[in-house]
Design a protein around this ligand. Structure first.
Ligand SMILES: Nc1ncnc2c1ncn2[C@@H]1O[C@H](COP(=O)(O)OP(=O)(O)OP(=O)(O)O)[C@@H](O)[C@H]1O
Ligand SMILES: [Mg+2]
Length: 607
């Protein structure tokens, strides 16, 4: 039900190892890191100095010049107080500025790494994912780095440093009472915050999951806008979305209540500590051991210590959350692609374009074989057609040849080299595919065609458009080739999209071309024209053509007939007709229905 691909186990401990994985990404600006730490220490020293100056100011004000009976204002000290306060803030800002660049560089590197990795992962992974959820996971992981750095490096570590310094100073100045109270309350505070935060992590995760889930649902639903309309299912979609939203609302409510408990408990510990400290200080002043300045110092110092601690629950939770998010992202990075290059993979060299399938077996799911011992070959420069019923496994053959998947058994050879032993990129460079369903980028028509070869010149792109018979269409558009095609290319008709796909492949000009019903959405006239063009383009190229309309493949050097994952017949059009098998049957059925069509046309015309 949850779209999150990596559900987080509620009981997992914080995985500090994630930090270790992160460190290498931070090491690009070592100098900056050192400088930032120096400013961090300077800022903390300035803050610890503040209460002391305050003490001397108060004590100074409290002493009357016995001769004049005048209160002497210690101006120099007050100015020093102001200067130190300003310095403390400025040092902090400088530290953030210095370190910001380190974090941002790490974020950039990691985001790019994840993105590249996602493209490396196999088709299967991508068919099982939810784009919305995936992009959220990625986004959360990357911003997790920023959170982690901000809070870990600049909150937790300096705060610990400050606490230790203050406890020490109080001990030396005023004896063990004060340092003990501070120490005990800080320990109580930290323990409580961590326990409470751990307890409420489940609600935070629930909330995040509900957030991811409702987001994927909304995106999926909007991507399917047309389908929703076809079936009048707006209300159904809204209801499903609302179920997710309700889960999100519930999770938020529980989360809010848990924040209440956390903040309440923290406030109680702080208030008790403050009271305790002031009671001791009050007695100290009363007995004359301490001055009013000391009382002020104790108050200021206690407040100062607890101020950063106030965020501890939040910070701890954020760190936890960030670590979980980063871990999630790293898990995605560690997800091994199922289709990988061999360690000693070679470049696919020969350019002849011979294809051989030798007893290939394949399944998507173990209990449902799709290809069962498929063997055929395509000689260099030949045009071979694959025909057969829907679901017979025709498109699967193309996917295997392109190595979207690896065959379970058997071998696929291109120019005598097993495609498993060559690099994927060298294989794919040699193969052009016009897929069964073309999806376009949300960009201009021109850029979509150019995608076939980003280095192509404008003239080459135009030439490809002409070959794919797109030129008239483009001329008819007010914005011509600069027309935006809409998300996934939905603003184009099916036939137009197919022609864009053909133009792309023409631009790529690979030695092997695969057409998966490349002209199925075109009318007979356009189809014939394009087939003629393709014939010219395919001159000297090897092509594998999947077709439903048998009249388009009559001229093929060989026709392979598939049924339920096996090849039942192969041969030329005439040989197969003579044989009188499945192909002959298909041919006659299509012929007679085409005759029906044309006679209907005639009748219509005569009317
Ligand atoms: N990613 C996948 N996961 C699971 N099953 C799949 C997957 N892709 C395809 N199939 C199944 O494999 C079978 C063969 O699919 P394939 O796309 O090769 O058929 P086809 O011969 O091209 O059919 P059509 O003529 O309808 O395009 C189908 O029954 C399909 O349901
Ligand atoms: Mg298909």
């Amino acid at each position: 039900m949850r779209s999150n691909r990596f559900p987080i186990d509620e009981n997992t401990e914080i995985n500090w190892r994630v930090l270790k994985d992160l460190v290498p990404h931070l090491m690009e600006f070592r100098g900056r890191i050192v400088l930032a730490i120096a400013f961090l220490i300077a800022a903390k020293l300035a803050t610890i100095g503040l209460p002391f100056i305050l003490k001397y100011v108060v004590d100074g004000l409290n002493v009357k010049d016995t001769a004049t009976q005048l209160v002497v204002v210690p101006v120099a000290l007050i100015i020093a107080y102001g200067a130190l306060r300003f310095a403390g803030v400025m040092f902090g800002e400088i530290r953030d500025t210095l370190f910001g660049r380190v974090t941002e560089r790490a974020m950039r590197r990691v985001a790019l790494k994840v993105f590249t990795h996602l493209h490396r992962l196999d088709l299967d992974f991508h068919l099982n994912r939810q784009t919305g959820g995936l992009s959220r996971d990625m986004e959360r992981g990357v911003s997790g780095i920023s959170f982690l750095m901000r809070f870990m490096v600049f909150n937790i570590v300096p705060t610990l440093f400050e606490i230790a310094a203050v406890v020490g100073v109080l001990f030396v100045q005023y004896g063990y009472h004060f340092s003990l109270v501070i120490f005990a309350s800080v320990v109580a505070y930290v323990l409580f915050s961590m326990r409470a935060t751990d307890w409420r992590t489940q609600y935070v995760r629930e909330m995040n999951q509900a957030d991811t889930s409702s987001n994927s649902r909304a995106i999926d639903s909007l991507l399917n806008y047309e389908t929703v309309k076809y079936f009048n299912n707006e209300e159904y979609e809204a209801k499903r979305y609302d179920v997710d939203l309700k889960a999100w609302e519930d999770a938020r409510r529980k989360n809010r209540l848990s924040v209440f408990v956390l903040n309440g408990g923290q406030a109680f510990i702080i208030a008790s500590a403050m009271t305790g400290m002031l009671v001791f200080a009050g007695f100290g002043v009363q007995s004359g051991d301490m001055t009013i300045g000391d009382f002020v110092l104790i108050n200021a110092m206690t407040m100062q210590i607890f101020m950063p601690l106030n965020f501890l629950g939040f910070v701890y939770r954020e760190i936890r959350g960030s670590l979980a998010n980063i871990e999630n992202m790293f898990k995605m990075l560690n997800q091994a692609p199922k289709v990988v290059d061999n360690e000693n993979a070679t470049e696919l060299t020969a350019k002849e374009g011979k294809i051989e399938f030798k007893n290939v077996h394949f399944h998507y799911q173990p209990d449902r074989p799709i290809l069962r011992g498929v063997s055929f070959d395509v000689k260099p420069g030949q045009k071979v057609a694959i025909v057969g019923g829907s679901g017979a496994g025709k498109s699967t053959i193309i996917k295997l040849l392109f190595r979207f998947y690896d065959a379970e058994q058997g071998e696929i050879l291109v120019d005598g080299q097993n495609i498993k032993t060559v690099t994927q990129s060298s294989l794919r460079k040699l193969i052009g595919i016009v897929p069964q369903d073309t999806v376009l980028f949300n960009d201009t028509l021109f850029e979509n065609i150019r995608y076939g070869n980003p280095k192509a010149s404008d003239d080459e792109v135009k030439q490809a458009a002409r070959l794919a018979h797109l030129d008239h269409f483009i001329d008819s558009l007010p914005q011509g080739a600069e027309t935006q095609v809409g998300e996934r290319g939905l603003k184009l008709s099916g036939g137009e999209k197919q022609r864009v796909a053909i133009a792309r492949t023409v631009l790529k000009r690979p030695p092997i071309m695969l057409f998966d019903e490349a002209t199925s959405s075109l009318d007979s006239h356009a189809e014939q024209a394009i087939l003629q063009a393709l014939k010219e383009i395919a001159q000297g190229h090897t092509s594998l053509v999947i077709a439903h309309r048998l009249s388009t493949i009559v001229d093929a050097d060989k026709i392979i007939v598939m049924d339920k994952g096996t090849i039942t017949e192969q041969g030329t059009h005439h040989a197969l007709l003579k044989k009188g098998g499945l192909y002959a049957q298909l041919w006659h059925t299509q012929q007679s229905s085409e005759e029906d069509e044309s006679s209907k046309d005639k009748v219509n015309k005569e009317r």
